[in-house]
Design a protein around this ligand. Structure first.
Ligand SMILES: NC(=O)c1ccc[n+]([C@@H]2O[C@H](COP(=O)([O-])OP(=O)(O)OC[C@H]3O[C@@H](n4cnc5c(N)ncnc54)[C@H](O)[C@@H]3O)[C@@H](O)[C@H]2O)c1
Length: 430
């Protein structure tokens, strides 16, 4: 019965958590013809969505307004709508605690609300990244407390979100969607839902496999970035241009995949997710050494960038104290506005601790209020650039006028190889 509703897009869908993952998913569901209700505890976000204003770059406000006008999407803070919902996706944050242990309190809070309204023929899917076992061991027992049997009266699955914000080629709509249900019937229901909207869909044998897929993907990235960061540190000692080495190695048509060094990991995924896996492995007495080592190398990178800034100042006979340092790009990567876990923030903090006068310019991040800092992006006038003692490029946004930045003559520490096409004495590469 539910399957037929899903197949005909007649099912009413809910999405809990309307952030980088949940909002694009909601809008794709609505554009595919479903009736979608997005639920978020942040009343400010809900108000903006009600006004047809998207706060996620990958979701144009026109798309949002279109589905609102067609009556296919609405946002609310009221979870009681779940009693009318046929299928709900959970897209809430899964951060780490200070101790680097998983914090699944947001998932638990969402599940607490679902339990209140769980009804027959309801599909529940967790999309938030988490450790293997969360769906079966944490969520399932709580939903079963309602007395409804899984796989018959309600369906439960895990389906990791793999979106890459700012990537125009691969989006929520066309990235293959991996799905693993608690029972085969659960998997089938989730597959039918996504087949109407996204694609292609990749069913796997269990929730644990689906949970592990996402963690393998992000651990793969973290470890390879850690490796290339270590190669960058070595190459620097040996006077070798690591960027040239990578470009030449990447001409090999097989067996090599390019990863780039940088100022450290950022965003809500790669710095965090591998520790979900190592934490769970530790429960079985297994020490995930690659994950820990990559974490150590990657978290050392902001300190390395600071040492490069100190060297650049030293060349000018300047101490860090009272030197003016301009950070170009506080987002964690190019052409996006996400500052979560951004290494630029660590670099700024370390430099300020040494007495530097730090400012930033980022066309995508007007203020750092979200990161708890009272700072606003500065305009890149020639005068402002010339007044600096050192410039650090931490996100290679395409919007920057790199010629003007180089022409300022100010020493530049380029952590992203953004100035690869420039030959100038004032550039230091990572
Ligand atoms: N950002 C990415 O690029 C990305 C990519 C793939 C997977 N993920 C994973 O997806 C999940 C969500 O990440 P995100 O980047 O969308 O986070 P986000 O912070 O952008 O959005 C999460 C939303 O959930 C809301 N929320 C928190 N608790 C809630 C609750 N109990 N009920 C309802 N709403 C609640 C927040 O207000 C916020 O709007 C995480 O597990 C993350 O690891 C993120």
């Amino acid at each position: 019965m539910l399957k037929a509703k899903l197949r005909s897009t007649q099912a009413r869908l809910g999405v809990i958590g309307l952030g980088y993952v949940g909002l694009p998913l909601s809008v794709e569901f609505a554009r595919a013809g479903f009736d979608v209700t997005g639920i978020d505890t942040d009343a400010g976000k809900v108000d903006r969505l009600k006004a047809g204003e998207s706060y996620i770059r990958d979701v144009p406000s026109e798309w949002l307004r279109e589905v609102i006008e067609q009556g296919r999407f609405r946002a609310t803070t009221d979870f009681s709508v779940l009693s009318e919902i046929d299928s709900v996706d959970i897209c809430v944050p899964t951060p780490l605690r200070k101790t680097k242990d998983p914090d699944i309190s947001f998932v638990s809070a969402a599940v607490d609300e679902i339990v209140k309204y769980l009804h027959e023929q309801m599909l529940v899917i967790l999309d938030s990244t988490t450790y293997p076992g969360t769906t079966d061991e944490v969520i399932l027992p709580r939903l079963e407390q309602t007395g409804l049997p899984v796989g018959e009266d309600f369906y439960l699955a895990f389906s990791p979100e793999r979106v890459d914000p700012g990537n125009p080629e691969w989006t929520t709509k066309n990235i293959p969607k991996v799905v693993g249900g608690v029972t085969s019937n659960c998997t089938e229901h989730a597959v039918v839902l996504y087949e109407q909207t996204l694609g292609p869909v990749v069913p796997v044998s269990s929730t644990k496999v689906a949970e592990s897929v996402k963690l393998l993907e992000n651990t793969f990235r973290s470890v390879n970035i850690g490796l290339v960061n270590e190669i960058a540190l070595m190459s620097d000692r040996m006077g070798i241009d690591v960027w040239e080495v990578i470009d030449a190695a990447a001409t090999k048509p097989f067996g090599f995949m390019r990863f780039y060094p940088g100022p450290g990991l950022g965003g809500h995924c790669i710095p965090i997710d591998p520790f979900y896996l190592s934490w769970k492995a530790r429960e079985t007495g297994f020490e995930a050494r690659f994950i820990e080592l990559a974490g150590q190398v990657n978290t050392s990178m902001p300190h390395y960038v600071v040492s490069k800034v100190i060297d650049a100042l030293n060349e000018q006979l300047k101490p860090v104290r009272k030197s003016k340092i301009l950070m170009l790009g506080v987002a964690y990567k190019e052409n996006i506005d996400d500052v979560r876990e951004s290494p630029a923030l660590d670099i700024m903090k370390f430099l300020e601790e040494k007495g530097a006068l730090v400012s930033y310019s980022d066309p995508h991040v007007a203020s750092l209020a979200e990161a708890g800092l009272d700072m606003r992006s500065r305009e890149l006038t020639p005068e402002y650039l010339k007044g600096q003692d050192c410039i650090v490029i931490t996100a290679a946004h395409t919007a920057y006028d790199y010629q003007a930045i180089v022409d300022s003559g100010v020493p530049i520490v380029d952590t992203r190889n953004a100035l690869r096409d420039f030959e100038a004495d004032n550039i230091t590469k990572l």
